[in-house]
Write a protein that binds this ligand. Structure first.
Ligand code: AN7
Length: 358
């Protein structure tokens, strides 16, 4: 347990004897059976892959650990990324663990507080870009071309290699691939990675089939679903506020080769799924992650019959990443009382059970 993806799946990764065996204990995340939605939506089997349980709270750790180990092996001293937040948190952590400098470019004002706190805590050099993620990524790519810095965005194929291990884990846990995989799509690296993982395992005979890849973009940031680059992407799910995804074509290939779909959900649908996951399943993920569950709910409402199907939803990031959103989307009053039993009982409208009998 907790050996990390380089040791656990090293035989399927681009490792050499010289690759440092870096780990913070990433991977082996829980695959949890649904308690509510499975029955409510009439699905044969529904599971959630809890990628928020990774060391920095998102799936990015799986890919970053490989990218950073390879950068270290190549003799680089500095890693660089552009990020909507989770990549920067992971890069900062693994950079620190590897004894490397880490530079992150983030869209100013559009990164969730938890993610910013992580980059600061792990000691990354942070540059706020006055522009969106897509612009920040263009700059990062340019810098990596001209300076001796290792780019660890998912344009780095080592990232995709590491992230495919999540597909391996799902097959290893279920004994077969699910029929459908629901996954949020931003820069489209993760859907690309899962498809690579499932098809590699299929080629090895570890699963007979591969799932339909069901990718979900937010309505205001839906370049792949609409077939058109979005110049000013916008959504409550800041992690996937991306208008020109780097892995656009490989995401389309994953969709087409698997007989899947890449479609959109609205911010209202994302928030509905986000609240429901927390309140009915006991799972607190970030809004971007909830987008794929919103997509599942939408598909079933529109008539998709999953009564004979197994489904896995990839919950990509931990809800604690974006605490501000909770206050934005719920208006739970925070009640107060003096510290005595009667006062608290009164606030709670408690009545003593059978007070006459006792
Ligand atoms: C929680 O951190 O792009 O389609 O810079 O943080 O592989 O981009 C994050 C993306 C889904 C989308 N869920 O994955 C970044 C970044 C969460 C995310 C996605 C992201 P990709």
């Amino acid at each position: 347990m907790g050996v990390g993806v380089l040791l656990r799946y090293g035989q399927y990764l681009p490792m050499t004897d010289a690759t440092p065996r870096l780990t913070l204990g990433e991977g082996e995340t829980p695959l949890v059976r649904s308690k509510f939605l499975e029955r409510d939506l009439g699905i044969k089997e529904l599971y959630f892959k809890l990628e928020g349980c990774n060391p920095t709270g998102s799936f990015k750790d799986r890919g970053i650990v490989v990218a950073v180990a390879k950068a270290k092996e190549a003799g680089h001293h500095t890693i660089l990324c552009a990020s909507t937040g989770n990549t920067s948190a992971a890069a900062a952590a693994y950079g620190a663990a590897a004894g490397m400098h880490c530079v992150v470019l983030v869209p100013k004002g559009n990164v969730a507080m938890g993610k910013m706190s992580q980059a600061i805590a792990y000691g990354a050099r942070i540059v706020m870009i006055r522009g969106n993620f897509d612009r920040a990524l263009e700059v990062a790519r340019g810098l990596a071309d001209e300076y001796p810095i290792s780019l660890v965005n998912s344009v780095n194929q080592h990232r995709i290699e590491g992230q495919k291990t999540a597909a391996f884990e799902i097959v290893d846990a279920l004994g077969d691939a699910p029929d459908h995989l629901y996954i949020p799509v931003g820069n489209a690296g993760n859907i690309t990675a899962y498809w690579r993982g499932f098809t590699e395992y299929r080629a090895l005979g570890k699963t007979e089939h591969a799932p339909r890849m069901m990718g979900w973009e937010a309505e205001g940031a839906a370049p792949i679903a609409t077939g058109k680059r979005v110049d000013s992407p916008n959504t409550i799910a800041s992690a996937i506020r991306i208008g020109n995804p780097a892995s656009w074509q490989s995401a389309e290939r994953a969709r087409d080769e698997s007989g899947g779909d890449i479609a959109t959900v609205s911010d209202d649908e994302i928030v509905e799924a986000y609240r429901l996951l927390a309140r009915r399943e006991g799972i607190f993920c970030e809004p971007a992650s909830a987008a794929c569950v919103a997509g599942l709910m939408k598909n079933v409402r529109q008539g998709l019959d999953l009564r004979q199907s197994s489904v896995v939803c990839v919950l990509t990031g931990n809800g604690l990443k974006d605490p501000d959103i909770v206050y934005q989307v719920t208006n739970t009053p925070l009640e107060e009382a003096t510290p005595d039993l009667e006062a608290v009982a009164k606030v709670l409208n408690l009545e003593r059970a059978g007070s006459a009998k006792r």
